[in-house]
Design a protein around this ligand. Sequence first.
Ligand code: COA
Length: 181
Amino acid sequence: MTGAAGVPNAGADELARLDEACFPAPERWSAAAWDGELRAGDRIIGVRRVGGRLVAAATVQVVAGDADLHRILVDPAHRGRGLARDLLTEMVDRASRRAGRMLLEVRPDNLAALALYRGAGFAVIARRASYYGPGVDALVMELALVSHPEGQAGKGADPRPDAGLSTGVCHAGGEPREETP
Ligand SMILES: CC(C)(COP(=O)(O)OP(=O)(O)OC[C@H]1O[C@@H](n2cnc3c(N)ncnc32)[C@H](O)[C@@H]1OP(=O)(O)O)[C@@H](O)C(=O)NCCC(=O)NCCS
């Protein structure tokens, strides 16, 4: 669900309210953080509504042929009904027009998200020590976006585990960070 200019029919305040329902305090994004996502020119943002109410959202940043899944979240009252799978499919489809792979980072103990990503075809390619805080690692996952004519994942890419990865994907551990090229 997007508006005429590709901006979703959702405001930063209601996105922040959804975020508050989905994440514990230290991991929440404020309305200002969501406003930054909405205003950034390189994001792909998708939302889902039920009865007019915002119940799910996802945001992806596309930089230099890589799509980074910044966040995907579903209202707890609407989980387990395929909303995240559907939204992730939309994100992958839209990103595949502009990127060769999608990356994300996820806490190893976020079993629901891990199962969602694995089910969508993502594979773990690296582990970042203490990414979410002391002793809390992040798993880096990757999906080749095969419909992109220049899809590169797994095809001669730099074999180093962290090669070419940006520094702040799937920010389930706090406010979004801007990557430095
Ligand atoms: C992760 C999250 C987005 C899943 O949303 P959802 O709409 O309930 O997921 P779906 O109903 O689309 O389920 C898709 C798949 O995800 C996995 N999954 C979803 N919830 C799960 C759970 N509680 N336990 C295990 N696997 C789960 C399953 O593989 C499922 O496929 P299946 O139904 O064939 O088994 C949701 O739990 C959420 O918002 N969590 C908090 C925010 C978060 O951690 N986001 C990810 C990091 S940014």
